[in-house]
Design a protein around this ligand. Structure first.
Ligand code: IPM
Ligand code: MG
Length: 359
């Protein structure tokens, strides 16, 4: 029986980078004789323009029926005037919610070839290998009530709700503890428990769970300190677990340590291991359509998809190896350019990874 991947390229550079990932998928399909069926759908601004909504019911249904979803990026200035609940980003958020893909794994690994591209000194980032486990379907992103209301004095007031139930905290913490067991055995839970009750509960629940994982060394850190520590001494971290908004912010920060956000893949898994796979970066409207985007985060997201949802370890390993190979060859998109200043475009980078997989 063949497995089914739904591709949702979205907007901006999303379409360009996803095209390269599909190119790579075609090669591994052939090389490893994988029975994988690929279909395509619309999401974000592209879906707003053609289907009148950022994620149609039909697309959501297809996503829920698929074994995995490969997702590009959404958003762009042409849709920024829309009310919040009609914007392209809502398509992504509804997809995450509909798939219940609560566990967002964002590995930040420094490829040795890119040490020079990091914004930090090579000796601070050499060997960097952090896994950020971000809660993805709760917290302030989804809490109610939310909105903007007009007060009696005519002034507008905006409000959101930061809420986590114990069970939501437990299920994400479990993923993080288990990931730490398989890695370096250290877990740092990030919160703001000195100010926010919801994250004080987060700290309590995570601490209680530590008893079930005696082999994992648990620490806690306030989010402001965590942001500082990430740029001061990032290698102190093994696995970081945190809520939706803090994880959004800290993962962009961690991305930069690896040289470019264009290198960071992510997996968002539900309880059954089905998932949504997307690069950590966004739709980059400023460079969209110019063959400038780095497709490697998208291609590495495909590797995660093969590893976590399709259980095709050999194909996943081969893709990751091929990415290392093209970096060794000196190929660089503009975001990771080295001193030579020579760069290749999105399609040439995808071609190179595909070619490396054939050898
Ligand atoms: C991310 C992005 C999204 C988020 C946006 C596009 C909704 O920044 O995946 O990190 O905030 O989760
Ligand atoms: Mg983000």
């Amino acid at each position: 029986m063949s497995q089914h991947i739904l591709c949702l390229p979205g907007d901006g550079v999303g379409t360009e980078i996803l095209r390269e990932a599909v190119k790579v998928l075609d090669v591994v399909r052939e090389r490893f004789q994988l029975a994988i069926e690929v279909t395509h759908g619309l999401v974000g601004g592209a879906a707003i323009d053609k289907e009148g909504t950022a994620l149609s019911e039909a697309t959501l249904k297809q996503a829920c029926g698929a074994d995995a979803v490969l997702f590009g990026a959404v958003g762009g200035p042409q849709w920024d005037h829309l009310p919040m609940d009609q914007r392209p980003e809502k398509g992504l958020l509804r997809l995450r919610e509909g798939l219940v893909s609560f566990a967002n794994l964002r590995p930040a690994i420094l490829y040795p070839q890119l040490a020079q591209a990091s914004s930090l000194k090579p000796e601070i980032v050499a060997g960097l290998d952090i896994l950020i486990v971000r809660e993805l379907t709760g917290g302030i992103y989804f809490g109610h009530p939310r909105g903007v209301k007009t007060l009696e004095n005519g002034e507008r007031e905006g409000f959101n709700t930061y809420v986590y139930s114990e069970s939501e905290i437990r299920r994400i913490a479990r993923v993080a503890f288990e990931a730490a067991q398989k890695r370096g055995g250290r877990l740092c839970s990030v919160d703001k428990s000195n100010v926010l009750e919801v994250t004080a509960l987060w700290r309590d629940v995570v601490s209680e769970m530590a008893r079930d994982y005696p082999d994992v060394e648990l620490s806690h850190m306030y989010v402001d300190n965590a942001a500082m520590q990430l740029v001061r001494d990032p290698r102190q971290f093994d696995v970081i677990v945190t809520g939706n908004m803090f994880g959004d912010i800290l993962s962009d920060c961690a991305a930069m340590l690896t040289g470019s956000i264009g290198m960071l893949p992510s997996a968002s898994l539900n309880a059954e291991g089905k998932g949504l796979y997307e690069p950590v970066h966004g739709s980059a409207p400023d460079i969209a359509g110019q063959d400038k985007a780095n497709p490697l985060a998208m291609i590495l997201s495909l590797a995660m998809l093969l590893r976590y949802s399709l259980d095709e370890q050999a194909a996943a390993d081969a893709i990751e190896k091929a990415v290392g190979g093209v970096l060794n060859q000196g190929l660089r998109t503009a975001d990771i350019a080295d001193d030579s200043g020579e760069t290749v475009g999105t399609a040439a980078m995808g071609d190179a990874v595909a070619a490396a997989l054939m050898t």
